[in-house]
Every structure is written in C-alpha cells, then in structure tokens.
Ligand binder design. Structure first.
Ligand code: FEO
Length: 387
C-alpha cells in the first residue's frame, strides 16, 4: 500500500473503505475513505488517523514515507472514531508523539481512550511551528461534534478540514481533477444534507472564521482532496449553509393499496404545471439519505401516508424522524394520504411537523379510493393554499 504525495513533503496516508455501504444509517453507495496526512518537516506531523479496521494499510502507507516511530505530533481535528480509531495503535509505535487538540478534543479523547495521553491543548488561532512551516488551528465546534477543528498549514496554504468539505466516496485517485466532478459534488452534497445540515449556522461561523485565509488545497478527512475546485466547494458550502431552496418539490410517500400513490401522482402533475422541478421519491424504492439530498435545495416537501392501525405507515414515520433530526430550514410541507375510517396517519405526521415548524400549508386526506371529484378538490385546495 503506497502513500500519495499531495504536495512537496506532504502525503496522504489514509485508508480506503471500498465496501462501506452504511454510515450510521446513511447509504454510502460509493464507499468512503478516512484520510490521514503526513507532513515531513523538522517535526514529523500526522493529521488524524483512520477507522480502526484500516490500521494495517494506514501503517503501511506511513512506512512508505517515514519510520512511524519518528512521528512527533499527531493532530486530532475530531474525536469521532472514524478519525481517531487508530490512535491507540499508532501511539504504541510512535511512543514519543504528542497529541495536538483543543479543549473539547482533549475531553473527548480521554473519554474514549483514557486519561493517560500526552496532549498539548491548543485553541483557535494558536500557531505551532513544525520547522519551516507552521500549523494554525481553528476550532469549528458542532461541525459536527463539539470538538471539531480544522488545521491550516501556513506557508503551503493547505487546509486540513476534517469532516467539512468531505464526501463518502472511494476512488483510487486522490485529487478532485482526477475524478468526475459532478459525482464528487453530489457526494459532498449528500454528506452535507445527511450530516452537516443541522449545523448550518455553525458552518456559516466557520466559513467566516476562515474567510481571510488563502487556500490552495483543501484536504478533508473523507473522499478526494480539493485542488482545482477549491472555490467550487467553498461556494457550495456557502450556498448549502445559507438557504439553497429553489422552486423544487420533493414528493415522499408510501402506499398500501395505491390510493396515496394516486394522490402523489396528481400532486406531481399539479406542481409540474406550476413550473416547479418535481422529484418523486416513493419510500419503497428510495433511501431516506438519498431523499434528504434532494430535500436540501427544495422549497416544498410533500409527505404522503395511508393510515395503518391509527398510525402513519412505519416507513413514513421513520422518514419523518430522520427529517426532523436534520431540521431543514425554510421548507413548506404538504401532508396527504388515503384512509379507510380513522384517518389518523396524516394527522400524526402534521402534528409532529408542527412541533418543529409551523410551515405545514395543507393536510389533505381522501377516504379509500380517490374519485374524479376528489381529484378536482385536491387540485383546487392546493392551488388555494399556495396562493
Ligand atoms: Fe468523519 Fe464526524 O466523523
């Protein structure tokens, strides 16, 4: 397993998780990588580690560059175990290495790996000389854990951004320009929508903190390294963290006997005629993490469910739980569904949405099978609600 030079004396020594298909409930159809970087200067510095089961290939890649026992500093930008999981093992080899992290990082590392750690605690804008170059640290709390920070290599102008700007994407090739740009931007968007979205305000704070840095390379801890498209991914993060909503509807539903699906299709026709981009996502065939990716830049979300035993269908309830956790801002909701007698399904979805948002603009339900007059009413009602 070889290292990969990302700049003079700076090497990627991470691990590639080709087979990963689930990252705590998020489908990772392209696998992922856990990126670690080695800086060869007077002080040999390692930035982050890899998930525990990729330790062997990580170690081989370090050995491709340097004797790992010679590592002086290990920067922990983030405690989550996909990045710190190999820390205990590498510390057994790099016995004199000092861990560099912020106060929340220190707390998190001790909670995970015990108190017996050699840690130098830094805070935002602290500068640490490693020889010819310096590391400057910027805490980015809650993007997406309290301990998150990014590290800037001052003279080389490289930002080691950890989770920020990352993508769950595995590839033999490490740079953005060696991979299909549409795909890596899509995977960065999926990452944002499913992991970073609740912390958009903190992303804005972090972008503001970094705005005066000249950045030549962004080296995140997942996916490819941004070199030729640095401004593109910065622009996307600005957009996603502000308000990316456009004239777009995502219709999400499940159905028992096809009646809620008839309603969903009628809403599709309605929004199409009104000039919206419509994305149709039945829950039987779409994963909630793919649905969230489409929701990120939508302005209206239609949620359809029949009633089953006085409840929404479990697939719709599961989607709603996921959606409410990610808490997308500036969306309007349409709730709809067919029912037999009680009709509690749509009511429960609406009530749950209203605990978080008062932007449910219409609840529409039809008993049993939609008839021509029901369809006419459905179209008239939504027209009225939207006007
Ligand atoms: Fe990639 Fe928050 O860990």
């Amino acid at each position: 397993m070889k290292s990969f030079k990302i700049d003079e004396n700076i090497f990627w020594v991470g691990g590639i998780d080709w087979s990963l298909r689930d990252f705590h409930g998020y489908t990772t159809e392209r696998g992922s990588t856990y990126n670690s970087y080695l800086i060869i200067d007077e002080k040999i510095t390692l930035i982050d580690t890899v998930k525990h089961y990729l330790f062997d290939e990580f170690l081989e890649r370090i050995k491709d560059v340097v004797d790992p026992s010679k590592i002086d500093y290990i920067v922990v930008n983030h405690v989550e175990m996909d990045h710190s999981g190999s820390l205990p093992k590498i510390l057994k080899i790099a016995k004199n290495a000092k861990i560099i992290t912020n106060p929340q990082g220190e707390k998190g590392l001790k909670a995970h790996y015990g108190d017996d750690l050699n840690i130098k605690v830094i805070k935002t804008k602290d500068r640490l000389s490693i020889g010819k170059d310096n590391l400057i640290f910027f805490q980015t709390p809650m993007v997406h854990w309290p301990d998150n920070m990014v590290t800037y290599l001052e003279n080389r102008k490289i930002l080691f951004s950890n989770d920020a700007f990352g993508q769950h994407y595995s590839s033999f090739y490490r740079f953005d320009f060696e991979n299909p740009l549409d795909e890596i931007i899509y995977q960065a968007k999926k990452y944002y929508a499913n992991i970073v979205l609740p912390y958009s305000q903190q992303v804005q704070t972090a972008l503001n903190l970094l705005k005066d840095l000249e950045i030549k390379i962004i080296a995140p801890s997942h996916g490819i390294v941004w070199k030729e498209n640095v401004s593109d991914i910065l622009k996307e993060y600005q957009n996603w963290s502000k308000d990316p909503s456009k004239k777009k509807v995502v219709i999400v539903y499940d159905t028992m006997w096809g009646s809620t699906e008839i309603m969903a299709k009628k809403y599709y026709e309605f929004f199409e005629n009104e000039g919206y981009e419509v994305v149709f996502m039945p829950l039987k065939t779409n994963h909630i993490s793919d649905i969230m990716t489409e929701i990120l830049d939508s302005s209206i979300i239609g949620i359809g469910t029949p009633t089953l035993n006085k409840q929404p269908l479990p697939s719709v309830s599961g989607f709603l739980t996921y959606l409410l956790g990610l808490n997308p801002k500036n969306k309007k909701f349409l709730v709809f569904g067919s029912y037999g007698w009680g009709g509690e399904g749509t009511k429960i979805i609406k009530e749950n949405l209203e605990k978080y948002s008062n932007r449910v603009f219409l609840e529409e339900k039809i008993q049993y099978i939609p008839k021509e007059e029901n369809i006419e009413n459905l179209k008239n009602n939504i027209k009225r609600s939207l006007s």
